[in-house]
Design a protein around this ligand. Sequence first.
Ligand SMILES: NC(=O)NCCC[C@H](N)C(=O)O
Length: 304
Amino acid sequence: MLELNIKNETARLRAVVLGVATSNGPIPTVEEAYDPKSLEHIKAGTYPIEADMVSEMDEVNKVFQKYDIKVFRPEIIDNYNQIFTRDIGFVIDDMFIKANILPDRDRELTAIHEVIDQIDPDRIVTAPDDVHFEGGDVMVWNDYIFIGTYKRDDYKEQITARTNMAGVKFIEDLFPNKKVLSFDLVKSNTEARDNALHLDCCFQPIGLDKAIIYKDGFYNESEYNSLVDIFGFENLFHIDREEMYNMNSNVFSISPTVIVSERSFTRLNTWLIDRGFTVEEVSYNEIAKQEGLLRCSTLPLIRD
Ligand SMILES: NC(=O)NCCC[C@H](N)C(=O)O
């Protein structure tokens, strides 16, 4: 049995599911794209090729091996995108919550049955169909749960809106002892620079008391301000629109002091090193073309 334990985003990692890029399928058509950055690269003829993405993920796996982390990989479904394992489910405390994900992605969950089969069935939660959430929108941070959502009437027309208010309510009811804060995120189906696809595309806690944040990813300044109040302005690394587009908030913590980051994130990595973090630099720019990065492609199961 896997003794699930996730209480925050940064405690020492012991077990994780890392997505897989093998048999990722043919280049999607414009109609098949479900995020604006993939769409941009499909149109420009620069959509990433499988071999490059496989080698990028291998590099991350090597970092996990270096830190003696147990790594699970999804079973490969032929011609199916299984890179962004974060979104298909998530662990809070000792519970595994199966995500109600975008229908285009719903086969991804079946591919981690090796992991699901090792979890006590009493600790697995499935939500009703009208309750939507993806793991990229959900972050447990000790007494808090932060949830990215989309609160507007055109939710159904926004393929980039993946977590609804029914999803927020469902998690609130499941964890009555945690303080749940929801954030209305800026969405665009067509312009990746104006799209906070998930909460982890515009915000992520790091270390013990710090976070990376893109202010304009939040519709409501008051919701952004609630994070400033929790972390303190001086502990926030603010990224700009281009850094958000390049996914600087989507690094991944192995511990409160060790962070896996993209090697081109010079300004962020320098800030981290100046504050005593160890930065494990990897290349992930091909995967980034699909509007996801390191947090998106990992699903932590056990942290200290
Ligand atoms: N947590 C994340 O932000 N995941 C990235 C998912 C990217 C994928 N192209 C999607 O649109 O679902």
